[in-house]
Every structure is written in C-alpha cells, then in structure tokens.
Design a protein around this ligand. Structure first.
Ligand code: KIV
Length: 311
C-alpha cells in the first residue's frame, strides 16, 4: 500500500506525504506519557477500532490510541458497552495495533473480563498484550486496586478510569456527572490516589466537574486524561466517531465535531447510487478493454457455435 496520501479528491494529481512531523517518531511508552505530565505537555488520545483509522490517527501524531469498549456501540451497534466480549475486542485490538507505529496503544478490558476473578483479569490483560496492545484500561476506583496490582505484577501497564464508568454507572444511577458534591469529590480524589499508588500510569476522568478534575490533576504525578472533564486535565480522549461527526447518536456537550463525516459519507454513497442507476458509473476510464483482434475471434467462434446449434 502506498504511504502517500492524495490531496486531490480524484487521487491522480499531486500527492504529498501527510505525516506528523513533530518529533522523531519513536514508539511511545507509558514513560513518555509520565514525562509529558512533568513537562506540562498535554496528552492527546483518541479511540480507534480498525486498521485504516488507526493508521491515520497514528500518522496525525496522537500520543495514545485507545481501543475502547465504545466499539460496542460505534462498531457493533449494541446499545451500550456491556455486551461486548473479549473475542470482539481482540479483533479490534489486532487491527489497530497492526497499523500503529508510534502511538501508545491501550486496550479497554470489557465488562465481564475482570469482574469474576483476579486470575481472569490478568489472563485477559495478557490476551490484549498478545494482540499487540501496549497497555490496558480498567474501569473503577478502590475496588479494582487488587486487580490493577496483579496485572501490573504481570508486567502490564494499566490505565485507570473513574467518574462516569460506562460499563456499570448507568445500572446504578442516571447521573453521568461526577464531583458535584463534597462527598463525591473526596471519593474521586481517594480513588485517583489509590489508582496511582497501585501503579496505574494514568487515569481517565470521565464526566468529572472541572473543579474536581483540576484538583485530581494537581494532586497526582500520573497524567489525568479527561473526557467531559474540562481543560485542566493533563490530556484528553475522545471517541473518534464523535470527533469525526460519524456517530448520529445523542449529541454530547463535551464533544467537539472536527469534521462532519456522516454527511460526507452519506453524500458520497448517495451520489454513487445515483450514478449507477443513471448509468454514469463506470465510465470508460474505469473500464478495461480486450484486444480488438481477440474480440473478433471470440465473436466468430460464437457465430459458429450458434450456427451449429441451429443446424
Ligand atoms: O471506551 C471508550 O471509548 C472509553 C473512553 C470514552 C474513555 O472508555
């Protein structure tokens, strides 16, 4: 496959190498993310689930690619993240990690893969590493600390995830926003500190008030990665389908659409359909021709065969 990306829609004229050129391109590890926190450099993470999107994200220079269990909704059409299993996640992890050269890849342990036993959690984390991931993410606070310690003891870096934890939060309450009260703020601070102490290299703060996300970020030496948690987190993560304007679900306030690909793709497919119906595609330039002499021979043969059949 060509490493060149066309800058014209017909892909024929000028092309340019569209690669992120901001650094040496060396493979990022969890240590790079820890260094970024020290240097106050923001960490940019995005989700990806397939080869081509991962390739583009990596070339665009994001620091981390999360193979999130949001794949359940955006890739598989489930209504929430609960149904997705290890086998499905591993297919996405393999596709992404085959594409990525530079970014840190983080596999999201799905619901059910770490709730039953520590041994299951470690074994499933190992499967993510075998699929090419550099780290795993696990939802929960103090209650998952023993799991995190065991996964790290197996040599696998772990990212925590607190605040709104999609796998189970919605089963208990409808309140997505966390850190609105003193009690909630103190619990989040305690969870974050315990995750750091357990050895997590980073923690996602999902739907945490700006004030509490700021306090957590100031009090931890590992980077906080916010989603709906304000500007003061050490980094940000967004679901790629949201930022690309691909997912037509509920419009979330914390999402910024950097493109409107749903409309772009819809228009392209509609135009293709119209062209087929109106016999405008394929054109001669999209077609292949046989040698005129060869064609003449075929037609002669067909004529003879027809004659034989009719005699
Ligand atoms: O699955 C996912 O995409 C996530 C992010 C929202 C952090 O967990």
């Amino acid at each position: 496959m060509s490493s060149e990306v066309s800058n014209k829609s017909n892909g024929r004229s000028t092309t340019q190498n569209k690669f992120f050129t901001g650094n040496s391109g060396e493979k990022l590890t969890v240590n790079h993310l820890l260094e970024m926190k020290k240097k106050k450099e923001k960490v940019a993470i995005v989700t990806a689930y397939d080869y081509f999107n991962a390739l583009i994200c990596d070339r665009a220079g994001v620091d981390g690619i999360l193979i999130g269990d949001s794949a359940a909704m955006v890739m598989l059409g489930y209504h929430n993240t609960a149904p997705i299993g290890m086998q499905e996640m591993l297919v996405f992890c393999g596709a992404v990690t085959r594409a990525v050269k530079r970014a840190l890849t983080i596999g999201d342990l799905p619901f059910g893969s770490y709730q039953c036993s520590v041994a299951d959690a470690v074994q499933n984390a190992v499967l993510f590493i075998k699929a090419g991931c550099n780290a795993v993410k696990i939802e929960g606070g103090t209650e998952v600390v023993p799991l995190i310690r065991s996964i790290i003891a197996a040599g696998i870096p772990v990212m925590g995830h607190i605040g709104f934890t999609p796998q189970t939060s919605s089963l208990w309450n409808n309140n997505r926003l966390h850190g609105k009260t003193e009690k909630s703020a103190l619990k989040l601070l305690e969870d974050a500190r315990e995750l750091e102490e357990a050895g997590a290299f980073s923690v996602v703060l999902e739907m945490v008030t700006d004030e509490v996300a700021t306090l957590i970020s100031e009090n931890l030496s590992i980077p906080t990665i916010g989603i709906g948690s304000g500007l003061n987190c050490d980094g940000q993560v967004l679901v790629s389908h949201d930022l690309l304007g691909l997912y037509q679900g509920a419009q979330l306030r914390f999402v910024k659409h950097y493109a409107h690909l749903y409309e772009t793709i819809f228009d392209a497919i509609s135009l293709y359909r119209k062209d087929v119906k109106e016999k405008k595609f394929p054109q001669d330039t999209n077609s292949f021709h046989m040698d005129k002499n060869e064609l003449r021979k075929v037609l002669r043969k067909l004529k003879q065969q027809r004659k034989l059949r009719n005699d």
